[in-house]
Design a binder for this molecule. Structure first.
Ligand SMILES: C[C@H](O)[C@H](O)[C@@H](O)C(=O)CO
Ligand code: MN
Length: 419
């Protein structure tokens, strides 16, 4: 261990201890938290199933930074590089289009065997896996509708795809001995004001009921549903709105997925967690950074990220929350994007764990808002960075920006050699 890292850590630990904060205990807790790192940052949400298909579904990736992964093997190598620079043991979140098989197979016919190589790799790396049906970037979603489509044949295709996805998820869970969360997000919606808001929602509900009809072992598989306010091309109306999935998830014991970019621009998901936690079985987060819209920028240490960490820690919600990431930026090195966003998410949790919550809560209960504000502000400059450095060193990953040199070397040696 670097001498200065250890020395700074001991000094920081003593400062926190003065307020009753057990830093070693916090680091033990932090090491238990798995972040689900989304594979789609590695290749701009292209996948391997229909590589010539444009990205659709009202989401968009901009930038042309060289080195995007072109094959499952390249994507795994990039993920490995990123994960080697992030402290802790985590999960990788796959979309169905990231299937790794030599067979030509359609989305509704996918089977666990088509993902065997991913499972072998995850076992080898000691990782968990999460999953998502891909209800976009396909000819059968070209008019913007999938599970709520008025045509029963198209609906059937997407229902079967989602059912197949649950089987794959259960297989992941069984093989890896840990829960696989499978998140259903569909882009369905209208660009302009609809006449009938009810019928598509009724159809979506019926499709979901059929998809979830088969009970699967929750030790290995959990379902989540993700809402959205608007997308590109669904500005006026999204079938799977927040109210729709709040109702659906609570009534049917599904995890409710909150994506940081899926609400009104001044609305924050941190303020929703405590309410949702009182009524929902569990929560899935898509930690993202909306820049004026659902732009999926790389997660940085901003107020909202810290607020999410604080809500999870203060509300004791880490046990019922699955933390996933959802950003995609093709204007910077994609491995660096993962490292920055994932390290920040973990760092925000650490910052939240190093706050004198009991003291702040007591001040609030007593109506002493002066103390609440004063202490909260002073703690913003407490030496959490020294604790973070120590944690990185303890977990065997680079301290501070030292990881960047490794990414730059990987860029030279691997990424820039891709055509
Ligand atoms: C690729 C993801 O499934 C997608 O980003 C979804 O989670 C979403 O957030 C759509 O806006
Ligand atoms: Mn999302």
């Amino acid at each position: 261990m670097q001498e200065n890292v250890k020395r700074n850590y001991e000094a920081a630990k003593a400062q926190y201890a003065e307020h009753g904060i057990d830093v070693d205990q916090s680091l033990k807790q932090l090491a238990q938290i798995k972040i689900s790192m989304h594979c789609w940052q590695g290749d701009d949400v292209r996948g391997f199933l229909n590589r010539d298909q444009d990205l659709t579904g009202g989401i968009s990736v901009t930038g042309n930074y060289p080195g995007a992964a072109r094959t499952p093997a390249e994507l795994r190598a990039d993920l490995e590089k990123a994960l080697s620079l992030i402290p802790g043991k985590h999960k990788v979140n796959l979309h169905a289009i990231y299937v790794d098989t030599d067979e030509k197979v359609e989305l509704d016919r996918l089977e666990p065997k088509h993902f065997r190589r991913w499972v072998d790799w995850a076992k080898e790396q000691g990782l968990g896996l999460d999953f998502n049906p891909t209800c976009f970037s396909h000819e059968k979603s070209s008019d913007g509708f999938t599970l709520s489509h008025p045509d029963p044949e198209i609906r059937r295709f997407w229902i079967d795809h989602c059912k197949a996805s649950r089987k794959i998820s259960a297989y992941f869970g069984e093989q890896l001995g840990q829960t696989c969360v499978t998140n259903v997000w569909v882009p369905d919606g209208f660009k302009d004001t609809p006449v009938d808001r009810m019928a598509p929602r009724q159809r979506l509900k019926e499709s979901l009921d059929e998809i979830f009809a088969e009970e699967l072992n929750p030790a290995y598989h959990l379902d989540a549903v993700e809402s959205k306010l608007f997308g590109i091309g669904s500005e006026a109306y999204v079938v799977g709105s927040h109210e729709f999935y709040m109702g659906y998830g609570i009534r049917n014991n599904k995890l409710i997925c909150l994506d940081a970019g899926h609400f009104h621009p001044t609305e924050v998901i941190s303020n929703k967690l405590s309410s949702l936690a009182l009524f929902a079985d569990g929560i899935l987060l898509h930690v993202s950074r909306p820049m004026r819209w659902d732009s999926d920028h790389v997660v940085v240490m901003d107020d909202e990220l810290l607020a999410i960490g604080q809500e999870l820690v203060r509300g004791d919600l880490l046990g019922k929350t699955h933390i996933g990431l959802d950003f995609f930026d093709a204007s910077i090195n994609r491995v660096a994007a993962w490292v920055i966003g994932t390290r920040n998410t973990i760092k925000a949790l650490l910052r939240a764990m190093l706050e004198p919550v009991d003291l702040l809560r007591k001040a609030e209960l007593e109506g002493d808002y002066t103390t609440r504000l004063a202490i909260a502000e002073e703690f913003k400059s407490y030496p959490f960075g020294a604790v973070w450095d120590y944690y990185c060193e303890q977990q065997g990953v680079p301290v501070r920006e030292q990881w960047l040199a490794e990414v730059k070397a990987y860029e030279q040696e691997v990424l820039l050699k891709r055509g």
